[in-house]
Design a protein around this ligand. Structure first.
Ligand code: ITT
Ligand code: NA
Length: 200
């Protein structure tokens, strides 16, 4: 089965390759960068699910292939869920992970440890060229550190300490993160949906 993965985020691609391979799904994942003719999708949705579907439909229409997309982010309790769907451009420049993380830390500088709850959220969408769509979600709850720690992963990983762990996501191995992450949960839930819709 040929399945197109719509993302321009290298960190996501690495994780999704591992998550989907572990799930035993024999799919060819191709980054959206392989299709430069596809215009940037305007993420006009107000939820992760809406944006994931927008991205998946755009790629399915452009390629004529079943397409998958990930929309994800960090939701901070004391900020009423922000950055949320704006996580990738919190500091202004889309994809500037370091600036986004530093701005968030500055905004939370006066927030004590008892009030630093947050979670990663991920919506995984599948869209077929005929318009069929499915979307599932996952989340990883935790607390936010005051300083970045660890070098694995991407984005806000160095500041999110998952519930039940005493290290950040950036200190977990990729396999450890995928086993508990929002993205791991969402895409493992998407696998049977893909099988049901795409298997002969
Ligand atoms: P595509 O839309 O091309 O897939 P993107 O990077 O623009 O790539 P999003 O709009 O979904 O993707 O933004 C996700 C942002 O949320 C990303 O830039 C990270 O800062 C953050 N994020 C999502 N998952 C994360 C994770 O597992 N660890 C750390 N940060 C994460
Ligand atoms: Na987004």
């Amino acid at each position: 089965t040929r399945l197109i993965l719509a993302t321009r985020n290298a960190g996501k691609i690495t994780e999704l390759h591992a998550i989907l391979a572990d799930a035993g799904l024999d799919l060819e994942l191709v980054g959206a960068d392989a299709y430069p003719e596809i215009p940037d999708v305007k993420e006009t949705g107000v939820t992760f699910a809406e944006n994931a579907l927008l991205k998946a439909h755009a790629l399915a229409q452009a390629t004529g292939l079943p397409a998958v997309a990930d929309d994800s982010g960090l939701c901070v309790d004391v900020l009423n869920g922000a950055p949320g769907i704006f996580s990738a451009r919190w500091a202004g420049t889309h994809g500037d992970d370091k600036a986004n993380l530093n701005l968030l830390l500055a905004q939370l500088a006066d927030i004590d440890d008892a009030h630093r709850g947050a979670h990663f959220a991920c919506a995984a969408a599948l869209a077929l060229p005929d318009g069929t769509e499915r979307v599932v979600e996952g989340r990883l709850p935790g607390t936010l550190r005051h300083e970045p720690t660890g070098t694995n992963g991407f984005g806000y990983d160095p500041i999110l300490q998952p519930e039940g762990h005493d290290v950040t996501c950036a200190e977990l191995t990729p396999a450890e993160k995928n086993a508990i992450s929002h993205r791991g949960q969402a895409f493992r839930a998407l696998v049977p949906v893909v099988r049901e819709l795409l298997s002969p």
